[in-house]
Ligand binder design. Sequence first.
Ligand SMILES: Nc1ncnc2c1ncn2[C@@H]1O[C@H](COP(=O)(O)OP(=O)(O)OP(=O)(O)O)[C@@H](O)[C@H]1O
Ligand SMILES: Nc1ncnc2c1ncn2[C@@H]1O[C@H](COP(=O)(O)OP(=O)(O)OP(=O)(O)O)[C@@H](O)[C@H]1O
Ligand SMILES: [Mg+2]
Ligand SMILES: [Mg+2]
Lengths: 254, 254
Amino acid sequence: MGKIIAIANQKGGVGKTSTSINLAASLAAAEKKILLIDIDPQANTSSGIGIHETDSTIYEVLIGKKSVEKSIIRSIMPFMDLIPSSIDLVGAEIELVDMHERERRLTEALNDLVSVYDFILIDCPPSLSLLTLNALTAANSVLIPVQCEYFALEGLGALLNTINIVKQNLNKQLTIEGVLLTMFDQRLRLSTQVSEEVKRYFGDKVFKAIIHRNVRISEAPSHGKPILMYDAMSIGARDYLSLADEILTRNNMK
Amino acid sequence: MGKIIAIANQKGGVGKTSTSINLAASLAAAEKKILLIDIDPQANTSSGIGIHETDSTIYEVLIGKKSVEKSIIRSIMPFMDLIPSSIDLVGAEIELVDMHERERRLTEALNDLVSVYDFILIDCPPSLSLLTLNALTAANSVLIPVQCEYFALEGLGALLNTINIVKQNLNKQLTIEGVLLTMFDQRLRLSTQVSEEVKRYFGDKVFKAIIHRNVRISEAPSHGKPILMYDAMSIGARDYLSLADEILTRNNMK
Ligand SMILES: Nc1ncnc2c1ncn2[C@@H]1O[C@H](COP(=O)(O)OP(=O)(O)OP(=O)(O)O)[C@@H](O)[C@H]1O
Ligand SMILES: Nc1ncnc2c1ncn2[C@@H]1O[C@H](COP(=O)(O)OP(=O)(O)OP(=O)(O)O)[C@@H](O)[C@H]1O
Ligand SMILES: [Mg+2]
Ligand SMILES: [Mg+2]
């Protein structure tokens, strides 16, 4: 039975997309069957693995215009499929408002897919609005990337609050998969201060694996590749492989 | 007559908030009367200058529950006032959907304030939804921070498209104040590649002033201060003072 993990944080630029792509690719490299879902109108996860124009996206699926099966496409990596996004999804936030069970559209769509994949990863937009709520309602757990800087630390309260609200009203089984420190720069005292604060608060929910700041991670999407394919020897590739390893171990799937 | 500038880019983490705070402070240091408006539910601009709890925020103003005058507060700098935000603003996106002239709520609210201030700067959330549309509809011009990395470059198309739609349907006089390269790291070839691409596309709309990556800029908000007060000697402070200088010159206000 596939595990659905939402990758969420309303703070912008903390590494949600980089984590969605590179964790998915690292799990796929371990021959786990992965479905990557891009639910961000910016569609960075889609373009970051070279997908720019498609017939059907998550938008058509959420508003009920196309089936989810018709929207799945192969990706550049074996074992990794994608449901892409597009800018049309901006309109979805308004269109969904008046729909029946508007937070459960994604849950419904994924019902038949959980038996097909080992993991379904959902890349969320930087907001706590309807698209993110759909992801948190559909997910078994949420992975929270936290950039090692002040504003990212500050935003955690609102995110945890939202997770609790979803737990109480929409998805009783939602858990925290883990908290991932991203863009960690060991030369900076600020990085260390924020990471210690995060560890103090979240204890062993914080992954042992840490994603260090590594320019190769930011170069890879311009080539339409996960870091593992772009530069397998890089620190970035190694960090995401460690994360995948830790997640497989935590879920008894190694 | 005050100029209203929206600081917008739907890509997360590109420096909208850092630019809102630090440009506002630098203009205030030149004794221009500045109103800083935080229209992002994350409320980073508010917390970044030490404001955490207030009676009235932009949320109450937008839904018509409080007057804009009652919501203005002094900030840590003379000449710089703030209308803060709060997490309640997440609800505004849904509440505003059914309101009369829902994209003009902010325009209405600012009508009486433009004669009071030299500049009104609006920090937008990382999205192209109703809050950003309100800012673009109210503004005379939009300042676009662009982080020197691939995803930030890629998102410009959607942003320019939105600006054109607003120009045609909601705000005929909307112009581009300028494009600001942020987090520029001269050691990285990617930084140079992206900045050259941006200059090729935008020509002299790109500010001469460039904001370099400087850890002091990311430390300042944890002390509730603009970079100018936190470390006036830093490269970050110098960069934002250059930007303020360039904007005053372009607007014949020096
Ligand atoms: N470990 C890292 N080292 C260097 N650059 C990184 C790293 N992780 C991400 N980046 C870069 O930082 C920027 C922000 O990352 P990313 O787009 O993954 O964040 P995000 O949370 O998905 O942003 P948004 O909120 O806009 O969706 C991107 O340009 C990305 O390539
Ligand atoms: N020039 C810089 N050098 C170093 N760090 C910076 C610089 N500019 C911004 N930062 C830091 O990068 C992070 C993102 O910046 P900021 O919050 O201003 O972006 P934003 O576009 O407002 O993000 P969001 O989309 O979430 O609103 C913050 O932690 C900030 O302190
Ligand atoms: Mg993203
Ligand atoms: Mg911001």
